[in-house]
Design a protein around this ligand. Structure first.
Ligand code: IMP
Ligand code: MG
Length: 216
């Protein structure tokens, strides 16, 4: 009843206080303001756009490996791969295996420091296996290259890369991911797995943070 007096597009986001006769007396300040609004100055990929990318990449990867002799191993690079790995794999219509590795090249902050460290190794054997590395973003390419070299050294049959985002301008080595969600200009971005000092991985979309977030 009260709802009918309130503009349709405001009904879900504004709490309404009513008097004893159930008449609206006040529309309070918007509650539960989305964290995204406070963090981003520009949104690059919305939830819907990310979903569309996962569907498209899932189909592409399904087609590429539907006749593969053995199931492909999808190797997620923690922690940034987590939401993307989950959404991408839901769209891959194949019998497959998953494993994870934690490899760090950032150590907090916004700049890659070059040295790549393996913090947690995978548990499966890759000998003679087709491996697809799943990454949130490829910047310099050093992280991926280090992991790719290691997997080839361990006897993998082939190693390809599926990344949600490619930042080719940051590349310092010759590396082109086979499966790319989208390409962006050089910028530090956050959300959907991508962090700043371990924060903001839980945001549903991806964007450029406000300056105040980075200076904090
Ligand atoms: P690369 O070794 O320079 O390619 O760095 C890749 C890793 O750095 C990614 O897996 C991310 O964890 C991190 N990274 C690169 N660019 C960004 C960014 O814009 N925001 C957050 N993390 C990033
Ligand atoms: Mg990463």
């Amino acid at each position: 009843m009260i709802d009918n007096k309130i503009d349709r597009n405001l009904r879900d986001i504004w709490p309404i206080l009513v008097d004893e006769y159930d008449q609206p007396i006040m529309i309070a300040k918007r509650i539960g303001e989305k964290m995204e609004d406070k963090i981003f100055k520009e949104i690059l990929l919305t939830e819907e756009q990310i979903n569309d990318i996962c569907v498209r990449m899932g189909n592409e990867i399904t087609k590429a490996y539907e006749n593969n002799e053995r199931p492909v191993i999808f190797l997620g690079l923690l922690k940034g791969c987590h939401p993307f790995m989950s959404d991408l794999l839901k769209n891959i219509d194949l019998k497959l295996e998953i494993d994870y590795m934690d490899v760090s090249s950032f150590f907090g902050g916004t700049k890659s420091v070059g040295e790549v460290q393996i913090l947690k190794d995978m548990t499966m054997s890759v000998t003679n296996r087709t491996v697809v590395i799943v990454e949130d973003i490829v910047d310099s390419g050093k992280t991926i290259e280090k992991v790719r070299e290691l997997l080839m050294f361990r006897g993998a049959k082939s190693v390809e890369v599926a990344t949600l985002i490619d930042k080719p301008e940051g590349r310092t080595i010759d590396l082109k991911p086979k499966y790319i969600g989208t390409t962006i200009k050089k910028a530090f971005i956050l959300g959907y797995g991508l962090d700043y000092n371990e924060y903001y991985r839980n945001l549903r979309c991806i964007g450029i943070p406000r300056d105040s977030i980075i200076e904090e």
